[in-house]
Design a protein around this ligand. Structure first.
Ligand SMILES: Nc1ncnc2c1ncn2[C@@H]1O[C@H](COP(=O)(O)O[C@H]2[C@@H](O)[C@H](n3cnc4c(N)ncnc43)O[C@@H]2COP(=O)(O)O)[C@@H](O)[C@H]1O
Ligand SMILES: [Mn+2]
Length: 653
């Protein structure tokens, strides 16, 4: 209602009241029948009139009026100029009035249902305070005043465009390196080497030119690139197809070369972008290369690619440098603690034994941290027997005992894992400051804090392989008994699925070295033999296998039976032996509220990426995850979704 109308209404009300008071006074002073009738008549008439006046004013309050009537013409123009609009709706959310902006935009929505016109506004009636919607190709920010049933609209198209442009122009820095470049050149004849150099360079230069990337080569196989967010987003949409283009071109030259890309983004400080990009590149390396890893200040790390299994680097320079650095660190330490992963298996335990032998060669007091309650069943049998060996008196200690030792100049060597959550005891990681990590898993986000030395080699078959290789470069003679060599050999058997997967020439060299150290191969196989009942249980799982897509099998355990993770892994190994099978997933209960999935694959499918989608990890062809739930069927559904997602992502690459 306008101010004038309110004043008029109030004036009429006062007149009616005065009329009634006068009639009442007339009756009091005259006291005649006529004055009584008149006073009663005026009373009833005025009551009716007051009711009508208040009803009419409430109707006026609800009904259509223009901004110009409420305010004045200048305010109306100001609203239109400022891109401000108002929409009034009734209790049924029907639009009862719109401000002049809508007339200007030739939009007539009075009488329409608000949410039929703009369904996105529904959230304004729930939690959201403000929503941005498209109206006639312009963007409007809308606020809902529920009390007055009024929507306030503000045209924010220009602001959104400028802010998008600002975001698009943010700088990203990338390090791009060619994996296996030096090795390929070294082994090639002159002509092929020239083609390798020119082709690899040209592919990267073409990509940079097509995408408006500033590129500078800073070493024979490394480039630094600068581009903006718009270009980065395009790469994300294309799923970094430069990775595949490069790989294909290398294949045409008969070479195994891929790209590793580390990108830093999400900061205005160039130095910070450089640091993010460099650490993203290290992450790409430690995950096996052939991928782009993106690090930003405010978003989780993103990975793209990673579709080839890491291939072995033929030169051993890195192993030699690591061996010498490690020897130096051991010599400087007073004593050494060695720790594998929870549910230690033969690789974790074998690697601990191998590390123990190396530290003893340098005369250091050395302990192996062991948790008998969390040892893989067969490893437990072997570890318990080893305790009786004179050489191992007092060597195996519990995590609690390890925490009690004097830690002033202690070295902690973490083997076969690098995530604190997977370590036998994560508290020790906080107590000991001098740490070394030796592992063959692809690096995940979680990592031991500030190690003195990290030897992470995802191309290696096992951690045993990595440590046995280091033996070669030690100045002191390393003494290993037949039994120790056999345990280490068993670790290699487990992690290579009996030399079927992830084996390279270095794997066989390490196996040969163990044989030289008198490893008993027959005994190693015996360590892994299953009894009759276990074999039947394993068969009961493999029998459930069903096809899920081409070359993929999913099998599962009984819904109410609890299995060991090893058993699931074994069932997976069995199924992978079937011809035409590219990947297998075994789902089973491993605790009251824990379901584990063990995944195995050939070179075609990266099961690590699939398991990562479910919070797990591992390697390209051997991975797993644990889900906190009771229902096996639900876990299978989640697994199928993760497989679909992975296949869709690959299809679109
Ligand atoms: N939550 C996780 N996050 C990251 N990575 C994970 C997680 N859970 C598991 N992983 C890694 O995934 C692979 C595969 O694990 P798996 O359980 O399927 O297989 C391991 C053992 O269960 C299995 N194994 C141990 N003993 C035997 C045996 N006697 N016979 C057959 N199989 C056996 O071998 C796998 C050993 O893997 P390793 O620890 O890497 O040496 C694995 O890398 C997990 O670390
Ligand atoms: Mn291992």
């Amino acid at each position: 209602m306008t101010v004038k109308m309110t004043r008029l209404r109030n004036g009429i009300v006062i007149v009616l009241l005065i009329e009634f008071v006068l009639a009442l006074l007339g009756y009091i002073f005259i006291s005649s029948k006529t004055s009584l009738v008149l006073a009663t008549y005026i009373f009833i008439k005025n009551i009716i009139m007051l009711a009508l006046i208040f009803y009419a004013s409430s109707l006026i309050n609800e009904n259509n009026i223009s901004v110009s009537e409420v305010l004045n013409d200048e305010a109306k123009n100001a609203f239109i100029f400022g891109g401000l609009g108002l929409i009034k709706y009734d209790k049924n959310r029907n639009i009862s009035w719109t401000s002049d902006l809508f007339t200007e935009m030739k939009i007539n929505i009075v009488g329409k249902k608000l949410l039929e016109w703009q369904p996105l506004l529904a959230s304004l009636f729930e939690d959201d305070d403000i929503k941005v919607v498209d109206i006639n190709s312009r963007k409007f920010e809308v606020y809902n005043s529920k009390e007055s049933r009024m929507l306030y609209l503000k045209d924010v198209s220009d602001y959104i465009e400028i802010s998008k442009e600002f975001e698009d122009q943010q700088i990203c820095v990338a390090y791009i390196t060619v994996d296996n470049y030096d090795e390929s050149i070294e082994q090639a004849d002159e002509q092929t080497a020239a083609s390798i150099q020119s082709t690899s360079r040209q592919v990267i230069l073409d990509w940079a030119k097509d995408n408006g990337v500033v590129l500078k080569r800073y070493k024979s196989d490394g480039y630094i690139a600068v581009f903006n967010e718009r270009t980065y987003r395009k790469q994300v949409e294309d799923k970094f197809k430069i990775l595949d283009i490069f790989k294909e071109q290398a294949e045409q030259l008969g070479q195994v070369m891929t790209l590793s890309i580390g990108i830093g983004r999400g900061s205005n400080i160039l130095r910070e972008l450089d640091e993010l990009a460099f650490s993203a590149l290290s992450l790409a390396y430690s995950r096996g290369g052939d991928q782009a890893t993106v690090k930003s200040n405010d978003e989780p790390i993103r990975y793209f690619g990673g579709n080839s299994e890491s291939y072995e680097k033929s030169n051993m320079i890195r192993a030699r440098v690591i061996a010498q650095t490690l020897a130096g660190i051991i010599k400087k330490s007073d004593n050494v603690l060695i720790m594998g992963h929870k549910q230690s298996d033969f690789d974790s335990f074998g690697a601990s034994i191998a590390m123990y032998a190396m530290c003893k060669a340098y005369g250091k007091k050395t302990y192996i941290i062991i948790d008998y309650d969390s040892l893989e069943e067969k490893t437990k049998t072997v570890a318990t027997n080893l305790c009786d060996d004179e050489r191992y008196r007092g060597v195996f200690i519990s995590p609690l005992r390890a925490q009690e030792l004097n830690m002033s100049n202690t070295l902690l060597v973490i083997v076969d894992n690098h995530k604190p959550s997977l370590a036998i005891d994560s508290n020790i990681l906080d107590i000991v400051s001098n740490k070394v990590v030796i592992d063959h898993h692809r690096r995940g986000e979680e990592f031991v804090e500030l190690p003195l030395l990290t030897y992470l080699e995802p191309a290696a078959s096992s951690t045993v392989e990595l440590i046995v290789e280091l033996f070669e470069y030690q100045k002191e003679e390393i003494c290993v008994t037949e039994r120790e060599a056999t345990i280490m050999y068993t670790g290699m058997l487990i992690d290579t699925n009996y030399f079927r997967t992830r084996v390279g020439t270095r794997t066989f060299q390490a196996a040969a070295k163990l044989k030289e150290l008198q490893a008993n191969v027959g005994e190693a196989y015996k360590y892994l033999e299953d009894d009759y009942d276990t074999t039947l249980t394993k068969l009961s799982i493999t029998q459930t296998a069903y096809r899920y897509g081409e070359g993929i099998l999913i099998a599962f355990g009984k819904l109410d039976k609890i299995y060991s993770r090893t058993l699931l892994a074994k069932a997976g190994n069995e199924l992978l032996g079937i011809s035409g099978v590219k990947a297998v997933f075994i789902v089973g209960k491993t605790g009251k509220e824990e379901i584990s999935i063990s995944a195995r694959s050939t070179r075609d499918i990266n099961v690590q990426l699939i398991m990562e989608k479910l919070g797990g990890g591992g390697h390209f062809s051997m991975a797993a995850c644990q889900l906190e739930m009771e229902d096996v069927t639900r876990a299978i559904n989640l697994l199928e979704e993760a497989v679909n997602m992975y296949l869709d992502e690959r299809k679109s690459e």
